[in-house]
Design a binder for this molecule. Structure first.
Ligand SMILES: Nc1ncnc2c1ncn2[C@@H]1O[C@H](COP(=O)(O)OP(=O)(O)OP(=O)(O)O)[C@@H](O)[C@H]1O
Ligand SMILES: [Mg+2]
Length: 410
């Protein structure tokens, strides 16, 4: 393969290791400075230029986009995707994970441990929010903070309110988060590549410090993760759509609590602490996926007007329980079940013999009219929807029947 690393850094550890790992596996690899790319957007021909010349052929790109050039870097990466080059992490997933609030909002829909977190703007909402996350002490976090700067521990409500007021007056948005005391200044970073945790380390803060960032003097140590931590890390990365991620978790008395999911984790700290060849794992994962460039599913489905992907929790349609998929109305109506969620497991691409169980959630693709027809009456009523009446089309029917009185039915 020919691989591009999208990075500004010439001699950084991560870039050097990725180059070594790719070369060792027989690939050609080049680092290309993100800011030396330009692009043109024209009808039917997205083009990408590097140093003023059309970019030569590449099979894959590994984005390592610095925080300070996120906007331009993501535009460049999107252009790689538009010209059909496989990205180790795609632009949408990177953008989502860079926005701490957005990432937490998405994760919170799933059964993933996280410190209770509040986001407020009005002064009147601060006190109730502190109460809702469990009362003081609380952690106050700048949305755009990094390396531990902008993470403040507030011991009392008065102090918390004053800090939040000050930050708001400086036009800064903040998160209010439950302080996980029992983590005692340590956290765990798991590096996920593909569908596996390839390495993990614990970071421990200096005595008297609650932030474990290495930039704040935190020390690192290799750890073997408990399965609950592994599973949480993998699922958090999957939910955000990242194939490669550094997942930071606090060790709370209730188990793993995800603080952050990083789309381009630095390799130096964790490779040094664990001795694992993470760069090699990243290249190996690329080899498995490079034949299939990213597809923007939403965009593609929109092009098939009238079709959609819908999730059906089975408790809304008990009539399906205990039946094989091929014996349900889904198959009659040409609705394809893409996957079944059962407890925490996903059954991808289930066959017709798969029996649907209580508690399952079905992810389906099909014609929206047909999908709506399957929604049971009581759910449609709750949403004040009128269900379409789908009559079988007679064999000799004209494609479009006008109503005879010339008036449109409403
Ligand atoms: N809710 C919390 N309870 C206990 N400790 C926390 C909590 N949130 C953060 N910490 C500690 O503070 C450190 C820094 O927090 P966080 O990772 O959220 O911010 P950051 O490191 O500044 O941001 P980034 O990881 O984006 O660079 C964590 O590594 C952890 O040790
Ligand atoms: Mg951090």
């Amino acid at each position: 393969m020919k691989i591009a690393i999208l990075s500004r850094s010439k001699r950084g550890y991560s870039v050097r290791r990725l180059k070594e790992a790719a070369a060792a596996r027989g690939h050609e690899i080049k680092r290309l400075d993100t800011l030396r790319f330009s692009m043109t957007l024209e009808r039917d021909t997205p083009e990408l230029y590097f140093r003023g010349r059309r970019l030569s052929h590449y099979d894959a790109v590994i984005p390592r986009i610095g925080q300070s050039i996120t906007h331009y870097g993501l535009a460049v990466l999107r252009q790689f995707e538009q010209v059909g080059i496989y990205a180790a992490n795609d632009s949408v997933a990177i953008a989502t994970s860079r926005d701490k609030l957005r990432a937490m909002q998405i994760l919170s829909r799933h059964d993933i441990g996280m410190p209770p977190t509040a986001f407020v703007r009005s002064e009147n909402d601060v006190l109730p929010a502190i109460e809702r996350v469990g009362g003081v002490p609380v952690i106050i976090k700048l949305l755009e903070g990094t390396q531990g700067v902008g993470v403040i521990l507030a011991e009392s409500t008065k102090v918390a309110e004053a800090i939040i007021q000050t930050l708001h007056s400086a036009q800064q948005n903040v998160l209010i988060q439950k302080f996980v005391k029992e983590s005692k200044g340590s956290d765990v970073r798991a590096v996920v590549v593909g569908d596996k945790v390839v390495a993990a380390m614990r970071r421990q803060a200096q005595p008297g410090e609650y932030r474990s960032n290495v930039h704040r003097g935190g020390t690192t140590q290799s750890v073997i993760l408990d399965p609950a931590y592994e599973e949480t890390a993998i699922r958090a990365a999957q939910i955000l759509g990242l194939r490669m991620a550094g997942v930071d978790m606090l060790e709370s008395s209730e188990g793993p609590q995800v603080m952050e999911v990083n789309s381009s984790p630095g390799l130096e700290g964790i490779e040094t602490a664990t001795g694992v060849d993470i760069a090699g794992a990243i290249i190996a994962d690329l080899e498995n996926h490079v034949l299939f460039p990213q597809v923007d599913l939403k965009q593609r489905i929109r092009l098939a007007a009238g079709y959609g992907v819908v999730e059906f929790p089975l408790h809304d349609m008990p009539a399906l329980e205990g039946k094989a998929l091929s014996n349900t109305p889904l198959s009659e109506k040409n609705i394809r079940v893409i996957s079944i969620r059962r407890h925490k497991k996903i059954i991808p691409n289930p066959g017709g013999a798969e029996v649907v169980e209580t508690g399952d959630t079905l992810l389906c693709f099909g014609e929206l009219r047909e999908l709506r027809a399957i929604v049971p009456e009581h759910v449609a009523k709750r949403q004040k929807l009128r269900k379409p009446k789908i009559k079988p089309v007679p064999q000799d029917a004209q494609p479009f029947e006008e109503s005879t009185d010339g008036k449109e039915k409403t």
